[in-house]
Design a binder for this molecule. Sequence first.
Ligand code: MG
Ligand code: MG
Length: 252
Amino acid sequence: MINVKSKSELEKMRKAGIITGNALHYAGQQIKVGMSTYELDKIIHDYIVKNGAKPSFLGYGGFPGSACISINDEVIHGIPSKKRIIHDGDVVSIDVGAYIDGFHGDSAFTFPVGNVPEETLQLLKVTNESLYLGIEQAVAGNRIGDISHAVEEHCTSYGYGIVKQYVGHGVGKDLHESPEVPNFGRAGHGPRLVAGMTIAIEPMINAVGEDVKVLSDGWTVLTRSGSPSAHFEHTIAVTPDGPVILTKPTIV
Ligand code: MG
Ligand code: MG
């Protein structure tokens, strides 16, 4: 069942979204060469808690961190670790959620650190562009497939691999709600979008090949090709005035 949110619920979603977006933005500003992903996770945890919210991911399905931090060929679900050090030239994907007043926000961004190869910067740029092309399609009356198709078309035009095993999703009282929002699909197909729906759109795009594998830690998803991967995500609301990004940061 797809939950449609009331106006007051959307206001709570916005509050959760802003803390989520700000935590992500703040984390991006704090990333430094030599820092461990554990330290970065601590920064995110403390930011969320300081703002009166709870980290959505902490303990979710037994996940041990407050954020998923995935580097280079790690696609998603990287576990923060004192042993995992950020190096010059890395691309660091941070996926964060914050829970407050009964609702979740969910957002991700891949940050380049230092001297990143031009071709990897292009992967980041194109993946982020595909997120916004997907968001543009999140209009009442459209279908989920319109979002999926927009993301897929943009990324495949560059020859990139669309990760298919993991998808975007509805978000609200639960971190993951119906419907699924795949990053591939046919325009005009899938569930109809109506005002009040809140969904996380999150392209996960590999430079080479769509295949992924899960590391022996049971969490970390990697590209099978070993190529870098990018992940950008926003929680958005479908409204009568078009899509509204709920996880847009408000801090500079
Ligand atoms: Mg996420
Ligand atoms: Mg998500």
